[in-house]
Design a protein around this ligand. Structure first.
Ligand SMILES: [Zn+2]
Length: 206
């Protein structure tokens, strides 16, 4: 792409660093912003900078939160003995949208993936294991997507907590192998949480 302006080129370059944004789209977005009142660009950069500078992670579930303890963890109506293990905030949002789940979450921050250089130590697994061993949890729902990385992570966690009293289940029904959780429709995802199955039985059949 040949730019007549170095300033424009820089802005397009930065925009194109975002996932799913190619150079063409980046150019379109930048030109769009230029046509809008200056205030629009200011609001956008301020919102992102404010998020960046003040974002917190809930000290209990590691979800993105505005406060030390997120709204879900601090809600007394939620069942704190039931914990659903998910990859990131998008999964929390997807499950919350089903309206079928009244327990808490544990956000891992990713999946074990040797290819991407993600090991168990890069995730919040040790804090999850601690929670389980301290006896706070009665049931753990392993709700990672059924991709190879998701399965590996589920199994790793299962091995870490083996021998404890916690009941371990997994969402299986209705979620196709290879599907990412956030793309499942609400009814399917809601049903797969309600109809969860014991984790141990879930891999013997494979
Ligand atoms: Zn929380």
């Amino acid at each position: 792409m040949d730019f007549s302006s170095k300033l424009l080129e820089n802005a397009v370059y930065e925009m194109a660093q975002l996932p799913g944004i190619g150079k063409r789209t980046a150019l379109r977005l930048v030109l769009h912003l230029l046509k809008q009142p200056e205030r629009r660009t200011e609001d956008l950069s301020n919102a992102i900078m404010k998020l960046r500078n003040t974002v917190q992670f809930c000290k209990k579930c590691h979800n993105i939160s505005d406060t030390e303890l997120c709204e879900i963890c601090s809600n007394p109506k939620r069942d704190a003995t039931l914990v659903c293990v998910v990859e990131d905030i998008r999964d929390v949002m997807a499950i919350e949208n089903t309206g079928q789940y009244r327990g808490l979450y544990h956000v891992l921050g990713g999946k074990i993936s040797p290819i991407e250089g993600m090991g168990p130590q890069d995730l919040t697994i040790s804090s999850l294991v601690r929670k389980v061993k301290e006896g706070e949890v009665n049931e753990l729902i392993l709700a990672l997507s059924s991709t190879m990385e998701g399965d590996t992570t589920n199994f790793y966690i299962f091995k870490q907590i083996e021998g404890t009293q916690v009941k371990t289940s997994t969402i299986a029904r209705g979620i196709a192998v290879g599907d990412e959780l956030e793309y499942a429709d609400e009814v399917t995802l809601g049903r797969s949480i309600l109809n969860r199955i014991p984790f141990e039985g879930s891999f013997n059949n494979n």
